[in-house]
Design a protein around this ligand. Structure first.
Ligand SMILES: O=C(O)c1cc(=O)[nH]c(=O)n1[C@@H]1O[C@H](COP(=O)(O)O)[C@@H](O)[C@H]1O
Length: 304
């Protein structure tokens, strides 16, 4: 099966989940046990702690998620060492049967986007199965990603209506015909996605639609029936499971719900002693939170 839409749907059914966990490792919130024997003040030590932490997270959530989503910034902080930790993390996630969505939010002039597409959707060391794409430069900025995805059976998620409070400043701007900018882009993505619809009805051109904007999601869902939505904003940004229904299609499919901090730092809810928790305690808290999120989302999409 060489189509990302089909792989996401089939894996989602097999595991009965629409959850994705974001790997946004911040050393300030990583417990002492993970850093034992390494000096996180050095790039090498930081990278070692990040990879050790990500392994714990991946092991704890693997049965509850279709994919993991590393956020590139958290690795780039540490330069080459951080990128090495990303490479190791990608390899480890794949060894656990997980799809990898690089949250890189790239987009540039055509040739540079083509290079980014090779980096993230090719065969190189930080390539995954999907990548987030910033469409601000226009079609010559995002087309190289779409073409690379089509050729490789991989996927892109184009930023459409993002989860952050000020996303409306540009994305909601009304155009001459009264349409909002994100709806205009949605129509264009629908047109482009139509040429790569897989057996399960979904295209390799997906859209990022923030979980904090359910009303907007209903309109975008109607305009983009064949796009898988990547839905961040659930959990730490205030998005609730109850608000997620409009992001899914009538079958309760077609969206992957992403949560980073709400799951990977779940042990911080156990109280002030969190830095000294054991690996087993950390792992249990993360796994339980992922299971809870999965079930809450399943109840809303009718897969309970
Ligand atoms: O593309 C994304 O993943 C993304 C798009 C968006 O609209 N909002 C958003 O929060 N994200 C990313 O999703 C993650 C959200 O993290 P949490 O708020 O901790 O779940 C971060 O890595 C963000 O960079």
């Amino acid at each position: 099966m060489n189509h990302i839409g089909d792989r996401l749907i089939v894996e989602g059914r097999r595991k009965r989940t629409a959850l994705v966990v974001g790997l946004d490792p911040d050393l300030r919130y990583i417990p002492d046990v993970v850093r034992q024997g390494v000096d996180p003040e050095t790039g090498e030590g930081a990278a070692e702690a990040i990879y050790a932490f990500n392994r714990i997270v991946i092991d704890a959530v693997a049965e509850h998620v279709v994919a993991v989503k590393p956020q590139l910034a958290y690795y780039e902080i540490y330069g080459a060492d951080g990128i090495a930790a990303l490479e190791q993390t990608i390899r480890y996630a794949r060894s656990k049967g997980l799809l990898v969505l690089n949250d890189a939010k790239r987009g540039d002039i055509g040739p540079t986007s083509a290079a980014y597409a090779r980096a993230f959707l090719g065969e190189g060391p930080i390539a995954g199965d999907m990548v987030t794409v910033n469409p601000f430069l226009g079609s010559d900025g995002y087309m190289p990603f779409i073409e690379a995805a089509e050729a490789a059976g991989k996927g892109v998620f184009v930023l459409l209506k993002t989860s952050n409070p000020s996303s409306g400043e540009l994305q909601d701007l009304k155009l001459g015909d009264g349409d909002k900018l994100y709806m205009k882009l949605a129509a264009e993505l629908g047109r482009l996605g139509a040429r790569s619809v897989g057996a399960h009805g979904y295209s390799c051109v997906g859209a990022v639609v923030g979980g904090t904007y359910p009303e907007e999601a209903a309109a975008i869902r109607a305009a983009l029936p064949s796009a898988i939505f990547l839905v961040p904003g659930y959990g730490a940004q205030g998005g609730t499971a109850e608000a997620l229904r409009p992001f899914f299609d009538a079958r309760g499919e077609g969206a992957i719900i992403s949560s980073s901090r709400g799951i990977i730092y779940a042990y911080r809810n156990l109280g002030e002693q969190w830095p000294s928790l054991s690996e087993a305690e950390i792992s249990l808290a993360i796994g339980e939170e992922a299971a809870r999120a999965k079930e809450a989302i399943n109840a809303v999409r009718g897969a309970g």
